[in-house]
Design a protein around this ligand. Structure first.
Ligand code: PMP
Length: 393
């Protein structure tokens, strides 16, 4: 309670209630990249709609059609009356995309991590998790009851030395990392990490939440992009970012995945995804294969944003990609920068600890295939203007 108060207060001291970055109200949505925020029309660089599919006409149509036919919700769990043919077809689509035997869908990406990790590990097992992993992964590790150690971000030798010191056998050990890290926008060093994990016979889980549809020949994510899918046992992902909906998935060749349907509490004890959401996700999944232009547009924008920032002397934390981040010198300067961008009609995310690693305060901007080139330029110009007022380092 006291901790929650402290966190709330530190931002509330800086911000009035309308412009507190943690409680911004989007008054209206105009399109994928435009909204009304704090009373003004604002360009959005802080959603995860990397491919703009939340406003894709075919996805909307599929969703509306499913709502008319199946209703707005399934109102039951997958193990009761909530296991519609549509859910099964979406799982088949995901398994086909990845060329794996089985896929299981969950009601959110957060629950996919909870469900998979807590079912695959238990007391007596060991989990090595990358220190920069998402909160849902850390919560899942805790829920499993296994021993948990986080290794230094992307550090294969730290991972290796933890295996050397561990007295839990390799096959009873999970190694968990992400494809694209969402705070700094950097890639997981999957080649080294999965090689180490394989050498010790461990089970490897990679969360591709931010890379689905964007990296790899078939859009399967960073493991595909880096050619290391054979080293990965389970891939976890979400429909809430590039696919523009909500829901999570796990996909694998392992028969352990089938057991999730009987053991995984976040799968068993919650309502299944609403049919309109499932129908839209199926259509979106189809589009990432059928419409390469979406990806081309995203990459054009990602590079333009990165190059534009470099030209004005601002260096993002990582190479061009759907997520770009600029490190701020502290909370007060970060808030000032964020607010000055908002005043200029540009919304980005202000990320603060504990959502960030190493106590960082970060301005995170995400780009979408739906941004027009002049909107990218507008964002870069606004950053150029504000960086004259608020010093970055
Ligand atoms: N995994 C990662 C790496 C994430 O970044 C997120 C969300 N930011 C999630 C899982 C949770 O996904 P969802 O929003 O679909 O619950």
């Amino acid at each position: 309670m006291a901790r929650a108060d402290r966190l709330g207060n530190s931002l509330e001291r800086l911000a009035d209630s309308r412009t507190n970055p943690l409680s911004i109200v989007v008054d209206d949505v105009v399109d994928t990249v435009t909204a009304v925020v704090a009373g003004r029309r604002t360009l959005m660089f802080g959603t995860n709609s990397y491919l703009g599919l939340n406003f894709n006409p075919a996805c909307i149509e599929a969703s509306v059609e499913a709502a008319r036919h199946y209703g707005t919700g399934s109102t039951a769990s997958r193990v009761a009356a909530g296991n519609h043919r549509l859910h099964v077809m979406l799982e088949e689509d995901i398994a086909t995309l990845y060329g794996r035997r089985d896929a299981v869908i969950f009601s959110t990406g957060f629950m996919a991590n909870l469900g998979v990790i807590s079912a695959l590990a238990r007391k007596g097992d060991m989990i090595f998790v990358d220190a920069h992993c998402h909160a849902s992964i850390f919560d899942a590790c805790r829920l499993s009851g296994a021993q948990v150690e986080s290794f230094a971000h992307n550090d294969r030798s730290d991972l290796d030395s933890r295996f050397a010191r561990s007295n839990v056998p390799g096959p009873q050990t999970l190694v968990i990392c992400e494809g694209l890290y969402s705070v700094r926008g950097d890639l997981g060093e999957l080649e080294g990490l999965t090689t180490v994990a394989r050498r010790h016979g461990a089970v490897v889980i990679v969360d591709e939440a931010h890379s689905l549809g964007i990296y790899g020949r078939y859009g399967r994510g960073i493991a595909e992009h880096l050619g290391v899918e054979a080293n990965v046992d389970v891939i976890v992902g979400t429909f809430s970012k590039s696919l523009g909906g909500i829901g999570g998935y796990a996909v694998s060749d392992s028969s352990a995945l089938r057991a999730l349907r009987f053991m995984s509490r976040p799968y068993l004890y919650t309502a299944s995804l609403p049919p309109p959401i499932v129908a839209a996700a199926r259509r979106a999944l189809h589009l990432i294969g059928a419409e390469p232009k979406l990806r081309d547009d995203l990459w054009r924008n990602a590079r333009a944003m990165h190059d534009g920032l470099a030209r004005i002397g601002v260096r993002p934390c990582a190479d061009p990609g759907p997520v770009g981040s600029i490190r701020m010198p502290g909370l007060a300067a970060g808030y000032e920068f964020w607010k000055a961008l908002l005043d200029r009609g540009i919304y980005v995310n202000l990320l603060v600890p504990p959502a960030t690693p190493d106590g960082d305060v970060v301005l995170r901007f995400s780009v979408s295939a739906a941004h027009a080139p002049d909107q990218i330029r507008a964002a870069v110009n606004a950053v150029a203007e504000v960086s004259k007022l608020v010093k970055l380092a």
